[in-house]
Ligand binder design. Structure first.
Ligand code: ADP
Length: 153
């Protein structure tokens, strides 16, 4: 059976932290679907299309990494695309508590799904999309926090 993982998130925008988790997971899975969850209540900084293009650009040389979008329950989306793993990154104990409950509920909803966690590298612990957005809003330089080669303003 193919090992297919989804890496769900908002990616508004993709950061070095996301990029690192995905690249480290490439050898673990046959395919990784980076899936942008669409949440109508969330006001996004970048449009869905922009966020998808950013991720596609970063992973253009990674044939097993694809980009998609979804709405609704993550486990329903996993069933639809045939994914048996949900990949998540862990930065802090707060991340752990948040992820624990979601992971346990997802397992109840879809018993054959496994959530796989990779610990962030220490240098990426403080990086998140909301910090990047704040810097962008105030005209700052985000280049050290986002994947090399991406130009965001
Ligand atoms: P969400 O919308 O669920 O907050 P994000 O787009 O912020 O999603 O992140 C998606 C995934 O990437 C989550 O598992 C999150 O923990 C992980 N992640 C975000 N930032 C980092 C980072 N700096 N290092 C490692 N993992 C990260």
């Amino acid at each position: 059976m193919q090992k297919i993982a989804i890496f769900p998130g908002s990616f508004d925008p993709i950061t070095c932290g996301h990029e690192n988790i995905i690249k480290r997971a490439v050898t673990l899975f046959d395919k990784i679907i980076v899936s942008i969850g669409q949440n109508s209540e969330k006001k996004n900084y970048f449009t869905l299309d922009q966020r998808m293009v950013f991720i596609q650009t970063v992973f253009q040389d990674y044939p097993t990494v694809v980009v998609d979008k979804y709405s609704g329950l993550t486990v329903d989306y996993c069933k639809k695309v045939g994914a048996n793993y949900i990949l998540r990154g862990l930065r802090t104990s707060a991340d752990f508590e948040f992820e624990r409950s979601i992971g346990q509920v997802n397992k109840k909803l879809y018993p054959s799904i496994e959530t796989i966690f990779l610990l962030t590298l220490p240098e990426f612990t403080a990086i998140n999309s909301s910090v990047v957005r704040d810097i962008l809003r105030h005209g700052g330089d985000v280049s050290q926090f986002i994947p090399e080669g991406l130009k965001l303003r």
